[in-house]
Write a protein that binds this ligand. Structure first.
Ligand SMILES: Nc1ncnc2c1ncn2[C@@H]1O[C@H](COP(=O)(O)OP(=O)(O)O)[C@@H](O)[C@H]1O
Ligand SMILES: [Mg+2]
Length: 321
């Protein structure tokens, strides 16, 4: 692991609704990402994963807090990010069906970012470059003249990856890039992502609701719950010594392959309760309504993130002393 490429500090995103209600989609998140690593950002549906992704690429403005990329404050820049900042942070969306324009050939979709971010290329060069980009993600160059709907989900998602790579980014935000795919195709796309990362020293923020996927992909894992961070650790430590009751609950529900893995799993903890709405976040610890280890303080005071071992942080009153 080398230098820090991204730092998110006390980030908040509130969406005002009617009747003076507010959705606290992200409510004070801190995160760091290092060059060349994969950070797995995991959370249930509605926990705020996409909201973070959209703030990172500038589609949403933060309500509060800072996004610092290579030492430059992007939240202060707002919509006035430099072309280089836009070029270097790219996103791959969950649904490869709707993220590619159905009326455009694959070539045309790939030539758009080239026209914006690779101005040195002539039209003819960009025309050819589109085919190279396809080959770089393991697809045949002839796909350039096809329309997205004639291709499979995995192929379309690889095209979205090629489009993101067209601008030669340093940081890729992968927002559930394989959630919509069959398991066998999922493995293929992830294999390609891992290979591309090694070749190009890319940094990945890999967003998923599928914690088990992170075991073999992520260098570190971070758990989000109702717009707040629960736990963060290096992947091996995370799976071997989960500390937050919520993490333990998530891990106990993961299917495992071997008896050995079954032994390592925390005792089966039944997932209890529904995830509350971010319009009505519980006082104190936002997880206390579902927590089997709750104490009186959990209802009253919001816990703070605390480093309990090198690189391992937990946000829970159980670890406050
Ligand atoms: N534009 C918006 N307006 C109001 N609420 C929103 C908006 N975008 C997201 N939300 C709410 O913010 C919360 C987090 O959403 P999201 O970031 O999409 O979660 P995830 O990607 O983890 O499923 C959800 O409760 C969602 O309904
Ligand atoms: Mg999402």
């Amino acid at each position: 692991m080398t230098g820090k490429i991204l730092e998110i500090k006390r980030l908040k995103k509130y969406f005002p609704l009617k009747n003076r209600l507010v959705v606290k989609a992200i409510d004070g998140v801190d995160l760091e990402l290092y060059e060349g690593e994969t950070l797995g950002l995991v959370g249930e549906s509605g926990s705020g994963k996409s909201t973070i992704a959209y703030m990172l690429v500038g589609m949403y403005e933060a309500t509060e807090g800072d996004i610092v990329y290579k030492g430059e404050n992007l939240t202060q820049a707002g919509i006035y990010r430099t072309l280089r900042q836009k070029r270097e942070i790219q996103i791959v969306f969950q649904d490869p069906g709707s993220s590619l324009n159905p009326k455009r050939t694959v070539r045309k979709s790939l030539m758009v970012p080239l026209a914006v971010h690779d101005k040195g290329l002539s039209r003819e060069q960009a025309y050819r470059r589109a085919e190279e980009l396809l080959e770089e993600v393991g697809l045949p160059g002839e796909f350039a003249d096809k329309y997205p709907h004639t291709l499979g989900g995995g192929e379309r998602q690889l095209i979205s990856v090629a489009r993101a790579l067209a601008s030669r980014p340093s940081l890729l935000v992968l927002d559930e890039p394989t959630s919509a795919l069959d398991v066998s195709i999922q493995a293929k796309v992830i294999g390609k992502l891992v290979e591309l990362q090694r070749e190009r020293n890319l940094s990945y923020l890999f967003i998923t609701h599928d914690l088990s996927l992170m075991r073999n992909v992520a260098d570190r894992v971070a758990i989000l719950y109702l717009g707040r961070m629960c736990e963060q650790a290096r992947t091996s430590e995370f799976f071997e010594k989960p500390r937050h009751p919520y993490t333990q609950m998530l891990l106990s529900s993961i299917p495992v392959a071997t008896a050995e893995e079954e032994m390592l799993k925390p005792a089966k903890i039944l997932s209890s309760g529904e995830i509350p709405s971010p319009v009505n976040v519980p006082m104190g610890c936002s997880f206390h309504l579902r927590c089997r280890e709750k104490m009186p303080i959990c209802r009253e005071a919001r816990p703070q993130m605390r480093e309990i071992a090198p690189g391992h942080s937990v946000c829970c009153h159980l670890y406050e002393q």
